[in-house]
Each structure stands twice: as C-alpha cells, then as structure tokens.
Design a protein around this ligand. Structure first.
Ligand SMILES: Nc1nc2c(ncn2[C@@H]2O[C@H](COP(=O)(O)OP(=O)(O)OP(=O)(O)O)[C@@H](O)[C@H]2O)c(=O)[nH]1
Ligand SMILES: [Mg+2]
Length: 427
C-alpha cells in the first residue's frame, strides 16, 4: 500500500466541539478527544500532539476561525507534525483554506475513518465497498474537471483499494463509481440468495452488532471457535463471518459477526456497507454487544441504535449483551442489572455468563413459530398431541390414512416434524 512506502506520518490531532445546540455533540469533550486519538492510532499514524478546541459554532471558511488556524500552524511546527487531523468533518473549501493557512496536509474525520477501512479491507466485497465510499467522498472535492487527486499527496487519505484512483479525473471517477456500484449490486444479490437459502432451511440467524471494539469477534470466537481476528483497535472486523452455535436443544443458531459502529459514523460508509449490514435488518435476533466497562456505555448504545435505524434494522428483537464483566469494579454489576434488566452480563474473555446467554438464545428460539401443513399417519397420533400441547392447530382434516393439519409450532418441533418426513408444504 502507498501508505507503507511513505515515512511514518506524525499527526497533530485537532478535536473540535461546538457548544451551540444546533452543532453540539452530546459527548463530553474529553471523550471526543480520546476517540479521535484511538482513530488516529488505529490508522497507524503517530500522534505527535493533541489540541482540543471548544467553539460556540462552526466558522464557514475554516470551521475553527483564522486565529485558531494560526495557532495550529505553530503547534504543528513545534511538534514536527507533517499532517493535521481534524476530529470533525470539513467541507472542501474549509479543508483547502485550512491547508493554505496551516501549510500542511489536512485530513478530516470521514477521510480518517475511510482510511482505516481501506487498510482493513481484505475481501473483494470489503474492498469494493470501501473504494466506493472513498470515491463518493472525493468526487465533490475535485474542484474542476481535470484536477488530479494526486494533489493530495501520498500517505493518509490516499491508501487502500482506491489508491490507483490518484491519477483519475472526474469523468473517470464517475465511470469507476458506476462500475463499483454495479459490482456491489451483484454482491447484494448473492447475499440475498444466500439468505433465501438459509430461510428455506429454517436456520435462525442472530447478528452480533455493536460499537466498534465492544468484543463482538472475541465473543464469536469464544462461543464457536471461529478464529476471527480481534484487536484492541477500532474497526478490526469489516467482513461478516457466520458460524453455527450448537445449543442444548440439539438445534442451534447461526451467529454472524460484522463491522462495528461508531458515533457519527460517516453516512458514505453506512451507505456503502448496506450490502454487508443487510444481514442485521433480516436477523431473527440482534445480539447487541456492549463494552460494559466503558464510561460512555449509554452514549455508545444510542449511537448503535441510530445506525440500526438508518439500516432499517431497529425493529428486530434485540438481546443486550453486556460484555467485559471481568473489567468491572465491585458494585458495577448491580448498577448494570438495574440499567439493563433484560440484558445478559458476560465476559467473552473468561466465559462468565455464557450459560445464561445460551439460555436466553434458547428462549428466543422457543418463541419463533412456524406455520406448516403436516400429515400425521395413523398410529402416530402422539405427534398430534405434541402439536396441540406445544403449538396450535389451525385447520384439521381427518383422512383415511392419516390426519392432515395446518399448524403453528415452535421451531424445534417444526424441525422434528420435518426430519420425520411429515411436513407437506410449508406455507
Ligand atoms: N477484558 C476483556 N477484554 C475483552 C473482552 N472481550 C473483548 N475484549 C477485548 O476488546 C478488544 C476488542 O475486541 P474485538 O472482539 O476485536 O471487538 P469487536 O467488537 O469485534 O471490534 P470491531 O471488529 O473493531 O468492531 C480486544 O482487545 C479484546 O481482547 C472481555 O470480555 N474482557
Ligand atoms: Mg470485530
């Protein structure tokens, strides 16, 4: 990758928080600042110096005002930084003005996040989605036809699957966007077919969703031995990974791990990752994995809900999983139980709480009902009594060789009727 060829970049971090209500961020300034630092470190850059700016409202030309830009220039020089990273989004004009005033390359929050995604994309699907998001971000930033992206220089903001784009002009970028969008549509269709197949096999799917770094992949690994990559870093997982979790009832459930969320996640990325995240919108259950040891537990929870809403997945049943209980202080668990009476407290690291998670998954499966048309042969009426006991008979027709019934039964019984060969047509 291009970024690997250029000398390590030393970044000056500028966290920005506006106080005016219309522009405000509910997060405390210190947390905005530490999330920016985590993002920067996750992108592989060195954090040379950090500045926190609290302003009333954004200034149209430079976001932070000219006086502040001068201050940044001096601080950057003192810290020998060669790139300035803003923890806010900048318009094209703001970015240009700031670069002029500061005299260094300026990267905004969306570009930083896109860069991390670009480094993490391994699968074709991941690469297509990231490149599409990068190009859609860059297109309106090309001032005029013919201006080359290479003016951005190497390093941060130019790495990843989209790096060959450097020499492209607007027209070629549009063509490439169209091609990638078509490829993505193809991917979406393939995923849809795979989901159809699972639906027809009646396998329930639970999708692990949650804030980045909450421990989703660690939990999937601990439960199923999946071997997914985990790290104390943001956006470790990009590609969905599905594994079967056997449960004591002899059936099981499919668990799908996927990309983590972030507060103010760039819309470009949500759009681009729609194909991957569609799993969540159709899940039988969402396991919302939270880092119970985080000081921003509830803020992160609402950030996740916002993304789920954006994806049309907020109507799915949710099981709250409060992870990392091994890091809690005495007394924390009681507090969490009061805050999340429906939640499961567990530690993906130690295995504490896995039993109750499995019980809750079983309880969820027990609630899933299926309608079916069934024919019970004479002599096998015991099945019929089970159907009456565990489910409901919607229609009944007594025939010479057996009893034909339309039933609504729990998934487990449905599976057993199917295995016994009594299922006629699913309805
Ligand atoms: N102490 C402790 N650490 C945990 C636990 N679960 C996960 N972690 C750590 O938290 C960090 C993030 O874990 P991941 O499983 O990669 O998190 P993720 O939710 O998949 O993150 P993304 O893929 O980036 O969205 C890693 O350093 C894990 O070792 C836990 O129960 N206890
Ligand atoms: Mg992960």
């Amino acid at each position: 990758m291009l970024a690997d060829l250029v000398p390590a970049e030393r970044a000056l971090l500028v966290a920005v928080r506006f106080k005016a209500r219309a522009h405000g961020d509910p997060w405390p300034a210190s947390e905005i600042q530490s999330e920016l630092k985590e993002l920067v470190l996750s992108s592989g850059l060195e954090a040379a110096e950090e500045i926190l700016l609290e302003r009333d409202r954004p200034s149209p030309a430079t976001l932070i005002g000219s006086g502040q830009a001068e201050r940044i220039r001096d601080r950057a020089a003192a810290a020998r930084a060669n790139v300035v990273i803003f923890g806010a989004d900048l318009s094209f004009a703001q970015q240009n003005n700031l670069e002029d005033e500061i005299g260094l390359k300026v990267i905004d929050r969306t570009q930083l996040i896109l860069d991390i995604f670009a480094h993490r994309a391994h699968s074709n699907e991941g690469k297509v989605q990231v490149e599409l998001a990068q190009l859609r971000y860059l297109l309106p930033r090309l001032a005029g036809k013919g201006i080359l992206l290479s003016r951005l220089g190497g390093g941060i903001g130019t790495s990843g699957p989209g790096e060959q784009k450097l020499e492209m002009d607007r027209r070629r970028i549009r063509l490439r966007i169209n091609r990638l969008a078509r490829e993505l549509e193809e991917i979406r269709r393939r995923r849809e077919t795979a989901r159809e197949k699972r639906r027809s096999e009646e396998v329930p799917v639970a999708v692990l969703v949650g804030y980045t770094n909450a421990g989703k992949s660690t939990l999937l690994n601990a439960l199923t031995g999946a071997g997914a990559r985990t790290a104390d870093s943001l956006f470790t997982t990009l590609d969905p990974l599905t594994r079967r979790l056997p449960l004591p009832d002899g059936q099981g459930i499919l668990l799908t791990d996927t990309v983590g969320f972030l507060h103010r996640l760039p819309h470009h990325l949500i759009e681009a990752f729609r194909a991957t995240l569609q799993e969540a919108a159709e899940a039988s259950l969402l396991l919302h994995v939270m880092d119970a040891s985080s000081l921003l537990l509830q803020e992160k929870e609402s950030a996740v809900h916002e993304v789920l809403q954006d994806l049309g997945a907020d109507n799915r049943p949710i099981l709250q999983v409060l992870n990392k209980t091994d890091l809690l202080q005495p007394g924390d668990k009681e507090k969490l139980r009061r805050l999340y009476p429906e939640g499961v407290l567990l530690s993906a690291r130690t295995g504490e709480g896995f039993g109750s998670l499995k019980d809750r998954l079983l309880a969820h499966l027990g609630k899933i009902q299926r309608e079916a048309l069934v024919r019970i042969p004479r002599g096998e009426e015991a099945w019929l009594s089970r159907i009456y006991r565990e489910g409901a008979v919607l229609e009944r027709q007594d025939q010479v060789r057996g009893i034909k019934v339309r039933v609504r039964v729990p998934l487990s019984l449905y599976g057993q009727l199917k295995a016994a060969g009594y299922l006629k047509l699913s309805s």
